[in-house]
Design a binder for this molecule. Structure first.
Ligand SMILES: [Zn+2]
Length: 245
């Protein structure tokens, strides 16, 4: 079966089943019978092939079950040159397929571009995320921070995730990202002698910031770990702030 088509009721065409004199319009079944194209009324189609569904879905038009409406020109083609009409259906379907494929490709390209636009996690963030997922399986969703929840005036406005480590004496240290993008280690709370507490290889104390400037945070966290510091707890300050100083 090639197609199921429809023409206006006022402009019916003759069923091409031999001997049938009915004019048909709503669901004209176009079939290829050994190279000869026939346009049949649905009742003659069912009679000729045994049932309405005998030949399966139409190949080119009308697969939805209702006949594809024909323009006046197409109706004339159905009568004069059915093969030409079917050829047009093929071209039409090919174009629709190509358009659908192009649309899909555009969607995929856009999705890929969006994906690439997302900032990649740094090695440090991945490392902290890993320890976070091990230590704190249920983190509350990130919320915007109130100013009171940000003890460091110089903290980066968006990269607000911090990491809390505790040294063997119970003193807390917080990795905080500076608004210039660099990493700092701030004592929490600040205590006398904080600026001499960490080995020089970790960084140098910045009295203005009340924190160490840490050139290589990954190496420093590794070093602190080897000195008996706890694994970093990562999150926004309101989530990871130590309960007792
Ligand atoms: Zn008929």
């Amino acid at each position: 079966m090639l197609a199921i088509v429809a023409v206006p009721q006022t402009n019916r065409v003759l069923c091409q089943q031999p001997g049938c004199q009915h004019s048909v319009y709503a669901a004209i079944h176009v079939v290829d019978e050994g190279g000869q194209l026939l346009a049949l009324g649905s009742r003659c189609f069912a009679k000729r092939y045994g049932s309405a569904k005998a030949l399966g879905q139409p190949l080119h038009a009308g697969a939805s079950g209702s006949g594809r409406p024909l323009s006046d020109e197409e109706r004339q083609l159905l009568i004069d040159n059915t093969a030409e009409l079917i050829e047009r259906f093929k071209v039409e379907a090919e174009r629709a397929r190509a358009e659908a494929a192009a649309k899909l490709q555009a969607l995929r390209a856009r999705a890929a571009a969006q994906h690439q636009g997302q900032p990649k996690m740094t090695f440090l963030e991945r490392m902290e995320k890993l320890s976070q997922s091990r230590e704190q399986p249920s983190q509350p969703a990130e919320r915007p921070l109130a100013a009171s929840n940000r003890p460091w005036a110089w903290q980066h406005p968006r990269n607000t995730s911090v990491a809390v480590l505790t040294d063997p004496q119970g003193q807390h240290w917080v990795r905080v990202q500076h608004f210039d993008g660099s990493q700092k280690l701030a004592p929490w709370p600040v205590f006398d002698g904080w600026d001499e507490a960490l080995p020089p290889s970790c960084g140098h104390p910045d009295e203005d910031l009340q924190a160490y400037s840490v050139p290589n945070i990954v190496a420093t966290l590794t070093k602190l770990g080897s000195m008996g510091f706890s694994a970093p707890k990562v999150g926004n300050w309101s989530e990871v702030r130590p309960k007792s100083p």
